[in-house]
Design a protein around this ligand. Structure first.
Ligand code: SME
Length: 160
């Protein structure tokens, strides 16, 4: 059977559809862990190339593993370390097309090939990063960054 070829439009559409889905999941529910757990599951399902999707939460000056979907992962990451630590320190989205080309990449899963990390801000405060990994090289591009930006905004409104 031929595999389904997704056009860039499909990817953008899927991210757009994820927004109301997340808003619906969060509606009337205040619990942060419950909401992040559902968000991780929804993002993992939306991003077809993802092997892992989840959160690292800022706790006392470091990043600590939060709700996720995928294989077990490293628990603590210092600011500035790895892709997550860089995104947190610089408060910017980081796309790594080939993790083997990224000095200091933290390999939680030896199969991981590419990664995108998006900071989550509550107002001006960095509260977490969203990390999405893939077993495919070059799985993430500017469309993913653009699609995940409004999702990170909604996530920033949760009860951190
Ligand atoms: N690869 C990440 C660490 C987190 S795991 O991929 C889930 C990094 O370099 O920050």
């Amino acid at each position: 059977m031929d595999s389904v070829a997704f056009t860039p439009g499909d990817k953008a559409t899927r991210y757009r559809e994820l927004l109301p889905q997340l808003r619906g999941l969060f509606d009337g529910e205040h619990d942060l862990v419950a909401n992040l757990a559902n968000a991780a599951a929804a993002i993992r399902a939306c991003v077809h190339k993802s092997s892992w999707a989840g959160f690292y939460i800022v706790r006392q000056g470091e990043l600590v593993l939060g709700p996720f979907q995928g294989n077990v992962a490293c628990v603590r990451i210092a600011f500035g370390k790895g892709v997550c630590g860089l995104a947190a320190a610089d408060r910017r989205t980081v796309i790594v097309p080939d993790v083997n080309e990224f000095p200091g990449h933290i390999a939680c899963d030896a199969g991981s090939r590419s990664e995108i990390v998006v900071p989550i801000l509550r107002g001006k405060e960095l509260v977490a990063v969203l990390d999405v990994d893939s077993y495919e090289l070059g799985a993430f591009d500017d469309l993913d960054a653009a699609g995940l930006a409004p999702i990170a905004e909604v996530l920033g409104t949760l009860a951190w």
